[in-house]
Design a protein around this ligand. Structure first.
Ligand SMILES: Cc1cc2nc3c(=O)[nH]c(=O)nc-3n(C[C@H](O)[C@H](O)[C@H](O)COP(=O)(O)OP(=O)(O)OC[C@H]3O[C@@H](n4cnc5c(N)ncnc54)[C@H](O)[C@@H]3O)c2cc1C
Ligand code: FES
Ligand code: FES
Length: 1288
């Protein structure tokens, strides 16, 4: 054969000279007969491809077969393939690191153990395309659609209102689909346990979980919904047998795969021997084994793109063997999910029974989908490569004394090593073959622990595995050296060796032994320091707490009653919710709880977001170049390295802005540069734009641009820094002065003063910022994910110096926004338009998760100093001296001060506000300042129980209708008694509050403080998907047509600013339009006898009546409503004092929603907002590098919004009944934003819990608790020390 062949022995042998050849990929067809001339001897011969390797892969997606060769990059993910080929755009992506779950698909994989195919939910973003040979992949489109009919899961999620922006919905659907395909009869608990991997920022999860749990075997059938046939749920039925398809009839090609790409090769060997010889053959090349490829999500640098040769080891069945004899052997190709199954099913009476206890810990590794794809061996290799990785698998396996068998060409037989030895073993040319587990008798007491920042899907602060062989008949004599292993302490710390040594031969039941062991442990645990890490003190304290917990759990009854609650971590029961609201049948569809129109489009993946718009021919991609320092001047920008990357076309800087164009994306507000022109104001500020032929290349190019800086000042990363450096913006608003607070305070016998603060919050919209700009003959067509269409249009017109009317901006829907897409999207739109204009080609710019988190502003942080007196109880006078936040957008603040005041009686107050300029990201405000100020205000009431008591004792209503509040708004449209009733019911003597005082526990506390909230409403934030349902409810009720006639495609697209006028403006405009239509139709209708709607419309058309109507509402017209909305929340929490972990046991939320237009939607808004707030108050901590000012928590792996198990366990939402709002739209009040503020009650509850813990140890002093009150902060404030760690 001739041609540019690569020689690969044994592939195609010339029958004459026996030289092996690989045919060019273009001519190679599987199992075909070919002819060629030998390049060595010139012999012409025919051959049939009997190659041990194939050079293409074949797979099935949604039942269709696909075969591909080497036309894709070896690093291409399944997600990229699905989306680029447009086989599935319902499969979304956000993070590309396994942290969001929007990319979920179902994969049917062959299981050697069971010799059948098994269904798993996997993250398509982490799955390399070339791994899926022989797989059957199902995407959301494959299970149901408008054409084929929708799948029950797609329908159910919509019916339960489990979708709002809908960006996460396909992920949730596919997660459930895979669960049911694998286990058709899951329990409710199993359903809840499997939803940790899909983040939803909108709904608060309750509705999603209810929808999914309705498929559980132990769920109560919902009479409102038709029963579902189990056959509809599972995967396809076999045409031959009628049983669910196992995929076994599909021929499986046993041959390995060899793909040759430019610069890389991909092998899928079938045997260990093949693997060894290939590793040896390519020993001079960089090489990597791939099983799940999930490690790439954590450590990007080990992604497939970094290696010359990749070995997919999934097809090597020798690595899948599992055997239990004297020792247990578990193959390296066993996934974490399979490991849980294997451990969970071991004989409970044998020497491996202890493995069952490890299942719970493995269930805390990542989430279901990572465990489905990832192997235990891959996890250990991560630990070896990155010793500071807090691997759970390493900790538990090392604690029980597991060993590893390693194999390779140069290893005769196998090499058995301990995990510690493995950490120091070079793995070049080697593979992990299996783990070896010992038998341990019941006298071994084995406990493992993991403390993490949220309930699931997070790396450990600290994890531990403790194993001791004890003799309980001899005061728990420690018979041999125990194994005490910790993760998360430092790169090198594994065993607490000195403590292990000390305990050998000691009696653990002896208090002096415990004390000495704790002292020894305390001296040897020395945690690493790092800006990304939790504090040294906390991790050390956790190590001690976990050891103490172990002792308590082992000693059992020997432990005093008071201390027993510390023996085990909190256990979370199944969550549930209750919703209660009024509805008036006579007004239906108004006030009727109806599913959102269009939800089925979201749950089926048919809803199109901007990211789903097909590429425009000739389209390019753009990415911002971000500054790596804050507070400096740009010296030079050198894009040369970036421009060398194949596919990178252009670098654009501020100087490329066309003549007359303004470098400002806020042309009608406070100016902000699109691209920095010299003075860098904050780290991750946009300095330029790279344009390339695809988004990943553009992102890579942006990183390759070299920037030097001069005059580098140290960054200001928090408000205290800003205050210290006197870095202030001009005073935004005048002081708010009511009465003479200073005098009131001076005359008061008792005053308090202090500081309070809360951090910023990343909005975590699941669709990152995106714009597509297409230059047209007279301007620009723009699709951008903005909440403020005219803002984006302004910014583009200004930078390009073109007329606004030459720009067409279209926004069909956005995948979450929450305020982050009001002004911030204008920068993305303007940058993208600039690139499109300069390249004169369509350009798409979608920010990757890291840029989105680093560059885009956040909810603003707050810090306040206050002085307050409580001499009058509830009617307190106060003076707050500072309310300072950084980089706020200031125009709205004046109007919100009244909300901050938030005490409805005669409060005397002085509020002085300053805005702090910091070398950090710019803020994207909106909701934030309002509830931040409220928190600052609430924190003045140092003891909220005082507030409650005052509220309960007051004979009359707290506020009287018509009272003028502290500032200027009239208090009306509120019925107070129901709030008092709710408080009374929760604070009744038999309630759990009473339990608090009877607590016998030392290590868990359960307080229940209420938060009473008044909010002044003059606009409420909803995004498009939140708004449309209201409008589609108003429409039929005004026109008096059947609700079902309203199209699910009804689009609500505002022409004007979107952030202010939500349903408050839209619904009246729709009503006015409907009135116009009714008037137009009236003469026609008068001539007809009882026509149907369709007949009337037809007749109107025949008579030439224009059935369109238009009505324009602008803020500050008669449609600006101002009213107050009220709510009360009671939250019960459990706090694990030893670790700071906590759970929200119950929330009672009563909200004044007026007469809800659609209570089902409004409940979803309230729940979603509340859970969003939980993240703000409790979990979502942003950390910055103190040297560079860079955001460290810039990924889904280290930034922690709530997941399904962070929501209240018992979540009760009530709307005030019979409470019409005389000045609202159709008697309604806004919902969505306000309940977010009510979630502060969870933080107050936890503060009370900490106070109770401090009381218990006689350290009941006041302490400020700054939000977010993370697990770490809560525990640290409990002031634990080892002197408290006693057992009786
Ligand atoms: C979102 C997310 C959350 C996570 N949370 C946690 C957590 O809470 N706790 C925790 O401990 N881990 C966590 N992980 C890590 C996860 O457990 C690992 O990514 C997974 O186990 C790796 O297995 P894999 O098969 O995907 O490895 P791969 O990504 O395929 O490979 C990882 C490394 O191991 C090597 N390798 C794989 N198999 C072998 C073998 N047989 N012999 C030699 N080398 C091999 C590869 O060459 C590569 O270097 C998380 C990961 C993600 C993405
Ligand atoms: S995109 Fe795959 S998990 Fe986020
Ligand atoms: S509906 Fe889940 S993220 Fe918006």
């Amino acid at each position: 054969m001739s041609g540019p062949y690569k020689l690969l022995h044994g592939l195609v042998k010339c029958p004459v000279c026996h030289v092996g050849h690989i045919p060019p990929i273009s001519t190679l067809k599987e199992n075909g007969v070919y002819a060629g001339t030998c390049g060595n001897c010139g012999h012409f011969f025919k051959f049939q491809s009997v190659a041990p390797y194939r050079s293409s892969i074949t797979f099935f997606i949604n039942g269709s077969q696909y075969t591909i060769g080497n036309e894709y990059d070896p690093a291409t993910s399944l997600n990229e393939y699905l989306r680029a080929s447009r086989i599935s755009t319902g499969t979304k992506y956000m993070c590309r690191e396994g942290g969001c779950g929007t990319c979920m698909v179902n994969a049917k994989l062959f299981n050697v153990q069971t010799q059948s195919y098994v269904n798993y939910a996997i993250n398509s973003c982490l799955c390399p395309l070339y791994m899926i040979d022989g797989w059957e992949v199902t995407t959301v489109e494959g299970i149901g659609s408008k054409q084929k009919g929708y799948h029950p899961i797609q329908q159910r999620l919509g019916d339960y209102n489990g979708t709002q922006c809908g960006f996460c919905s396909p992920g949730h659907v596919m997660n459930m689909y895979s669960l049911l395909a694998r286990n058709p009869n899951p329990t409710k608990q199993e359903v809840e346990d499997s939803f940790g991997g899909v983040v939803c920022r909108c709904t608060g999860y309750r509705s999603i979980l209810d929808a999914m749990k309705s498929f559980a075997s132990n769920s109560t059938p919902n009479p409102r919904l038709p029963p579902t046939d189990i056959e509809d749920l599972s995967s396809k039925l076999c045409k031959k047998t009628g049983a669910p398809c196992t995929g076994n009839c599909r021929p499986r090609d046993p041959r390995g795969i060899h793909m040759v790409f430019a610069g890389a090769q991909w092998f899928s060997p079938s045997t260990l021997q093949e693997l060894y010889s290939l590793m040896t053959q390519y020993k001079d090349k960089s090489q990597r084994l791939v099983f799940g490829n999930t490690a790439t999500g954590v450590y990007k640098q080990i992604g497939p793109w970094s290696y010359d040769v990749l070995f997919n080891i999934r097809g090597i069945h020798e690595l899948e063997t599992v055997s239990f004899a004297n020792l247990a052997h578990i193959g390296a190709n066993v996934s974490l999910t399979q490991l849980m199954d294997i451990f969970g099913e071991v004989d409970p009476s044998g020497g491996f029974a202890y493995l069952r206890s490890l299942v719970e810990h493995i269930a805390k590794v990542g989430h279901t989908n990572v465990r489905n794809s990832g192997s235990w061996a891959g996890n250990l290799m991560m630990k070896q490569q990155f010793p500071d990785f807090p691997s759970d698998i390493f900790v538990i396996l090392e604690a029980i004394g597991a060993q590893l068998a390693l194999g390779g060409q140069d290893i005769p037989g196998q090499e058995l090593v301990s995990l510690l030895k493995f950490m120091d073993t070079s793995m070049t040319g080697k593979a992990i073959l299996y783990m070896v587990l010992p038998q341990l008798s019941a006298s071994f007491y084995i406990r493992t622990y993991k403390v993490m920042p949220r309930s699931q899907n997070a790396f450990a602060y600290v994890n531990a595995g403790i194993v001791m062989e004890l003799d309980p008949t001899n005061n728990f004599l420690c018979k041999q050296k125990p194994s005490i292993v910790y993760g998360g302490i430092s790169k090198t710390f594994v065993h607490a060796s000195k403590t292990e040594e000390y305990l050998k031969g000691k009696q653990l039941g002896d208090p002096t032994v415990i004390k000495e062991a704790l002292n020894t442990l305390s001296s040897e645990v020395v945690p690493d320091v790092g800006p990304a890490l939790s504090t040294v003190e906390y991790r050390k304290s956790l190590a001690l707490s976990l050891f103490y917990r172990y002792v308590l759990s082992v000693l059992g009854d020997k432990v005093g009653l008071r201390f027993r609650s510390g023996a085990s971590p909190l256990t979370r029961p199944l969550s549930s919710g209750q919703q209660s609201y009024g509805t008036k049948k006579i007004e239906w569809p108004l006030t009727q709880p109806l599913p959102k129109l269009g939800s089925i489009l979201q749950t089926s993946g048919e809803a199109q977001y901007i990211t789903d718009i097909p590429p425009i021919p000739g389209q390019l991609y753009a990415s911002f170049v971000l500054s790596t320092v804050g507070n400096a001047k740009i010296q030079t920008i050198d894009p040369a390295d970036a421009l060398k990357i194949p596919g990178v076309f252009k670098f654009i800087s501020a100087s490329d802005i066309p003549e007359g164009g303004k470098n400002d994306f806020m042309p009608s507000g406070n100016p902000e540069e699109i691209l920095c022109s010299g003075q860098v104001l904050f780290t991750s500020q946009a300095l330029g734009i790279i344009v390339a032929d695809n988004q990943i290349t553009a992102d890579d190019g942006a990183k390759a641009v070299k920037v030097t800086y001069t005059d580098i000042q140290s960054p200001i990363t928090n408000i205290s820094d800003g205050i210290q450096k006197q870095s202030f913006f001009p005073k935004p608003v005048p002081d708010l002065v009511v009465g003479d607070a200073e005098k009131a305070i001076a005359n008061s016998p008792k005053t308090f003063s202090g500081t309070i603060g809360l951090g910023a919050q990343y909005h975590f919209h699941t669709e990152t910022q995106i714009s597509i700009c297409n230059p047209t003959e007279d301007g620009m067509d723009v699709w951008t994910s903005t909440q403020w269409i005219d803002g984006a249009m302004d910014a583009i017109a200004s930078v390009l110096n073109i007329e606004k009317n030459s720009i067409n901006v279209e926004v069909k829907r956005v995948g979450g926004a929450f305020g982050a897409k009001i002004t911030r999207n204008s920068q993305v739109a303007a940058g993208c338009a600039l690139a499109a204009r300069i390249m004169n080609r369509p350009v798409r710019m979608m920010l990757n998760i890291h840029d989105n988190m680093e560059m885009i502003g956040k909810r603003i942080p707050y810090y306040a100093e206050y002085q307050v007196t409580t001499q009058f109880g509830w009617d307190c006078s106060s003076r707050s001296q500072y309310s300072i936040w950084d980089n706020g957008i200031l125009s709205e603040l004046g109007t919100k001060k009244d909300d901050a005041n938030n005490s409805d009686d005669d409060t005397e107050t002085t509020q002085s506000e300053k805005t702090c300029r910091s070398a950090k990201d710019l803020a994207s405000v909106f909701l934030s300042h309002r509830f931040n100020q409220i928190y600052v205000k609430d924190s003045q009431f140092l003891n909220l129980r005082l507030v409650t008591e005052t509220l309960l004792q007051k004979g009359s209503n707290v506020v009287t209708l018509g009272t003028i509040s502290g500032v200027h708004s009239v208090l009306e449209q509120v019925a107070i008694p129901p709030f008092r009733i709710l408080l009374r019911s929760i604070f009744a003597p038999e309630s759990s509050l009473q339990l608090l005082s009877n607590l016998v526990h030392c290590w868990q506390t359960i307080p229940i403080p209420p938060v009473v909230r008044r909010l002044h409403i003059s606009g409420a934030l909803l995004h498009y998907e939140g708004l449309a349902p209201y409008c589609t409810t108003v429409l039929p009720s005004t026109l008096d047509v059947f609700f079902g006639l309203v199209s699910s495609q009804t689009r609500v697209v505002p022409l004007q600013c979107f952030c202010k006028p939500t349903h408050i403006f839209f619904c009246p405009a729709i009503i006015e339009c409907c009135q116009i239509l009714i008037t137009k139709m009236a003469p026609v209708k008068a001539k007809m006898v009882d026509p149907t709607w369709q007949q009337l419309v037809q007749k109107c058309l025949e008579e030439g009546i224009d059935l369109t109507a238009r009505y324009f509402i602008f803020p500050n017209t008669e449609y600006v409503f101002q009213y107050n909305s009220y709510g009360v929340t009671c939250t019960e929490v459990d706090l694990d004092v030893l670790t700071g972990e906590n759970q929200i046991a119950r929330v009672d939320l009563l909200y004044d929603c007026g007469e809800s237009l659609n209570p089902a939607i409004d409940v979803g808004q309230a729940e979603g907002a509340f859970v969003f707030g939980l993240g703000y108050w409790l979990m979502e901590e942003l950390k910055f590098d103190p040297k560079s000012g860079q955001l460290i928590t810039n990924s889904t792996l280290n930034y922690h919004p709530p997941t399904t198990k962070d929501i209240p366990i018992d979540f009760r939402v009530q709307f005030l009944k019979d409470a019409p709002n005389p000045v609202g739209v159709l008697r309604s009040k806004a919902v969505g934003e306000p309940p977010l503020c009510m979630s502060a009650s969870a933080m107050f509850a936890l503060k009370h819990a900490v106070e109770a813990a401090r009381q218990d140890i006689g350290k009941d002093t006041y302490f400020p608790l700054y939000a977010p009150a993370t697990v770490e902060k809560l525990q640290s404030n409990c002031l634990l020390d080892i002197s408290q760690f006693i057992v009786a």
